[in-house]
Design a protein. Structure first.
Length: 279
């Protein structure tokens, strides 16, 4: 019998492992699910807000930076839960920022994830940031992309929808529940007067909010492991910047409290109508 050339294919479970043997040589092609989680840094909610350069830039001196809570508590943790259920899932994290954002992405790796990608760019324009993430996603062949609902500093909630358009993928915004069964996803989100449940096939983009997962704290094992996990730095691709910040403004200082005698309801009504303008 001539054994110089033969092919033997084996499909293993849901990950569709194709093993092709040719003589004594063999080629292994593995198809694993890949998830990409978008990570951004934001000022700590206790940070004192101030501006410089004629109120055109955020003053970063002394500011403590954190992972954007919507990215960390919901998008990242839900992706970690999916990987815990199916260890074959490949979980990557991506952020757009300069070298000072690396501690943030390392903290995200301490929670979970196989490797991280940092796009070496700094921009507050949502379309520019989405374009950089889309470039990474196109090269990575991801089945699922998670973003947080919004960042707590700009509250734009635009990245997920822009990624969907740039990648030509379905998009579910502000998910409160996400379940995965093979290649089929069931996503719930709140709508006016109730809840909407969507069923979709991968690949897709999902932005996550409260309800999708519960916040976690990195443990010591995760923190130590994050130090050696791969962190790849890639240069930004050419992309348009569609918006620019003209200036920042702080909210007006809170006015003092006015006390109205209990026996003078007419004065209370007048103040609510003329000054507070709530009635």
């Amino acid at each position: 019998m001539n054994f110089s050339r033969f092919i033997f294919a084996v499909y293993i479970g849901c990950i569709n492992n194709l093993i092709a043997f040719r003589g004594l040589d063999y080629e292994i092609k593995l198809k694993f699910m890949k998830i990409l989680v978008c990570i951004s840094k934001t000022p700590d909610t206790t940070a004192k807000i101030a501006f410089t350069d004629n109120n055109t830039k955020f003053a970063t001196d002394g500011v403590q930076w954190i992972i954007n809570p919507y990215d960390e508590w919901y998008a990242l943790v839900r992706a970690i839960e999916l990987k815990e259920k199916d260890p074959s899932i490949i979980l990557h994290l991506v952020t757009v920022g300069l070298a000072d954002s690396e501690p943030i992405i390392r903290k995200a790796l301490a929670l979970g994830g196989d490797e991280a990608i940092r796009v070496n760019a700094d921009s507050q324009d949502s379309f520019y940031v989405a374009s950089q993430i889309a470039s990474v996603a196109k090269g990575g062949g991801y089945d699922l992309i998670f973003t947080g609902r919004e960042t707590i500093d700009y509250n734009g909630a635009a990245i997920g929808g822009m990624l969907s358009e740039l990648l030509d993928l379905p998009y579910i915004a502000m998910a409160t529940k996400f379940d995965l069964n093979g290649n089929a996803a069931t996503v719930s989100r709140e709508i006016e007067g109730g809840e909407e449940i969507c069923e979709l096939s991968l690949p897709l983009v999902v932005s996550c909010q409260k309800g999708v997962a519960e916040a976690r704290i990195p443990n010591m094992r995760g923190i130590m492991a994050a130090r050696t996990k791969p962190l790849k730095v890639v240069e930004a691709v050419p992309a348009d910047t569609l918006t620019a910040i003209v200036r920042f403004e702080l909210p007006p200082p809170k006015a003092g409290v006015k006390l109205v005698p209990a026996d003078n309801p007419a004065e209370l009504v007048r103040l609510l109508h003329e000054e507070a303008k709530v009635i």
